[in-house]
Design a protein around this ligand. Structure first.
Ligand code: MN
Length: 240
């Protein structure tokens, strides 16, 4: 404990980093978790929102946040309190390894900030989110709760290269629930970092959950989830 602290400081959440062969490289300390809403047209439509027909019509991205300590790295997810409708949303997760320079980040410079990628679940208390949406209230209780951000190990960007062709998928109890390639993102990674930089100072340690494709549905205690991104990134978790 630091001298002067009157209580013990909480531990910084950390995500393991592995290479393509599965060798442990170290860990990634998490600072903030930004999330993007409505970033796949098929999911926007299934939620009853309009999907933009072209890049010119896409407007502004929807952002929300989760607390850093919502991260789960061991796949053990307790069914959360306060809901009867816990939903899965499988997502690309981007990890930043460098601070953004001051001011607006150019789209062309955005990739230089990326440390690596993994796959995660943006777990959602859909009933609470829907009630908040209906009243025009914030989504926090529907999105930013304990254990709401299970993630796989991070793979360095240098081990992956281009990501547009990668397939994102989620199986629950062996049944395919969600799948899409990343070229279907309405706002790609450089676009999102550019937009976020207009609103926040991006820093090393930040994560961005990039939004989910169609197929979101309820999870029950006992469900086994396997999320994948390409052939090298996997997250296994169980709802208890
Ligand atoms: Mn989401």
């Amino acid at each position: 404990m630091n001298s002067g602290d009157l209580i013990a400081a909480a531990a910084t959440p950390r995500i393991p980093v592995r290479d393509r062969a599965g060798n442990a490289l170290g860990s990634f300390p998490v600072r903030r978790i930004y999330c993007v809403g409505r970033n796949f047209a098929d999911h926007a439509r299934e939620m009853g929102a309009a999907a933009p027909a072209s890049k010119a019509e896409r407007g502004n991205p929807v952002f929300f946040m989760k607390p850093a300590d919502a991260i789960v790295i061991d796949g053990d997810v307790p069914y959360p309190p306060g809901t009867r409708d816990l939903h899965h949303e499988v997502e690309l997760v981007v990890a930043l390894g460098r601070d953004a320079p001051a001011g607006e980040l150019a789209v062309e410079a955005a990739s230089e900030l990326v440390f690596g990628y993994t796959v995660g679940l943006d777990l959602t208390r859909r009933d609470l989110q829907a009630a908040a949406k209906a009243k025009g209230l914030p989504w926090d209780t529907g999105k930013g709760f304990d254990h709401s951000a299970p993630v796989g190990a991070l793979l360095p960007a240098s081990d992956i290269g281009g990501i547009d062709h990668l397939q994102l998928s989620l199986d629950v109890n062996g049944q395919r629930r969600q799948q899409s390639t990343l070229d279907a993102l309405i706002w790609d990674v450089p676009d999102i970092l550019h937009e976020l930089s207009k609103l926040y100072a991006l820093r090393a340690g930040d994560l961005i959950f990039m939004g989910t494709p169609a197929g979101v549905a309820a999870l029950q205690p006992g469900d086994e989830c396997v999320a994948r991104l390409g052939d090298a990134i996997e997250l296994r978790c169980r709802i208890r």
